[in-house]
Design a protein around this ligand. Structure first.
Ligand SMILES: Cc1cc2nc3c(=O)[nH]c(=O)nc-3n(C[C@H](O)[C@H](O)[C@H](O)COP(=O)(O)O)c2cc1C
Length: 325
């Protein structure tokens, strides 16, 4: 399917469909299957600093030998990191599609150490999965945002490979945020991550995780931002993520201006093999509409190109309410 070729972060992809960071990209067999099924690239499951630390802490279990605690903590950390580095190396040896590791850390020093080592293992790019949750009323919003910007700057400064920031959608001005991230050296941005959200079970009277899987309806949180960011003069690549539940959904994000489209929940439900169906759906749509390449229609319905940009701007229902009276 030559007509699906696309570029992302300067890398050549055979398809705009990327398997998003998740359990679907956590071992080499799954990665091979993703490539065989037509993935344009894979983002490896995030290496969570939090997870590594927690695991180390549990294993320590309050030992009365602090030296042993330190050793176990060190071992746990290096062992997890080693496993991850081996996955990058074997993915690079086995696959011909780009391999993009993902890291999630909460301290500046750790970010930078992991980033260096991961790049040295042969990664084609690095995706940073970051979410800073303010839990204090005294923390100013711009202080939280600056944490993302300085993080990107520090990582981009030391790496030769492209750095991508995967964001949550709760920014006061997402265009400003993307521009700041771009100015600090990021080559790409993923709009958006879907985070763990708490829910309440009223029978058990406990906090439970809300559904981790998206539905196609979740696309609506993303489409406007993709359409507006791709129409701006920020020269950053955009990978759309959340709510892609068919090849047609991928087409929607491409029309809004995404460079690539990441898929996760759908592949949990239907299997990674479903990527080939999605690629066919995109190809068939292109044939029907007379497009010979992804570039020939990418962004044609973004904020700049769509003749009614007011539909991107409208946030209140005014006119639409009247039909529901
Ligand atoms: C089970 C599961 C595990 C995930 N793990 C990660 C992860 O390790 N790192 C990350 O950046 N995103 C992770 N995500 C988020 C996905 O990469 C993706 O951005 C999100 O699910 C939205 O895409 P979707 O609507 O296609 O599911 C995970 C999602 C799911 C459902």
């Amino acid at each position: 399917m030559d007509n699906l070729k696309t570029k992302y972060l300067g890398l050549e992809l055979n398809s705009p469909l990327i398997v998003a960071s998740s359990g679907l990209t956590s071992d080499i067999d799954k990665l091979k299957k993703a490539e065989e099924s037509g993935a344009g690239a894979v983002v490896l499951k995030s290496l969570f600093e939090e997870q590594i630390k927690l695991y180390g802490h549990t294993m320590r279990g309050g030992s009365s030998y602090p030296e042993a605690d330190d050793y176990i903590s060190y071992y746990t950390k290096s062992h997890s990191v080693d496993g991850y580095l081996n996955l990058i190396r074997s993915a690079k040896e086995t696959l011909s599609i780009p391999v993009i590791p993902s890291i999630n850390c909460v301290t500046d020093g750790e970010w930078i150490d992991f980033a260096r080592t991961i790049a040295a293992a042969g990664a084609d790019a690095l995706e940073i999965n970051a979410f800073f949750l303010p839990t204090s009323k005294d923390m100013k919003p711009d202080g939280v945002e600056k944490m993302y910007y300085s993080l990107v700057e520090r990582v981009a400064d030391i790496l030769d490979i492209p750095v991508v920031l995967k964001l949550g959608y709760k920014f006061s001005n997402i265009l400003y945020a993307i521009n700041q991230i771009y100015k600090r050296g990021a080559r790409g941005v993923v709009l958006f991550n879907r985070f763990f959200e708490p829910d309440i079970d009223i029978e058990k009277m406990s906090i439970e995780p809300a559904s981790v899987f998206s539905t196609a309806a979740d696309r609506r949180y993303v489409l406007r931002s993709v359409g507006m960011a791709s129409a701006s003069d920020i020269r950053i690549d955009i990978s759309a993520s959340t709510g892609v539940h068919s090849g047609d959904d991928a087409v929607r994000y491409l029309l809004a201006g995404a460079d690539t489209v990441q898929v996760c929940s759908l592949l949990y439900h239907k299997g990674v093999e479903h990527l080939s169906v999605m690629n066919s759906e995109i190809s068939e749509w292109m044939k029907r509409k007379g497009f010979s390449s992804v570039d020939s229609f990418r962004g044609s319905l973004n904020y700049l190109n769509f003749e009614k940009p007011v539909l991107y701007e409208r946030t209140q229902f005014m006119k639409y309410f009247s039909s529901y009276e």
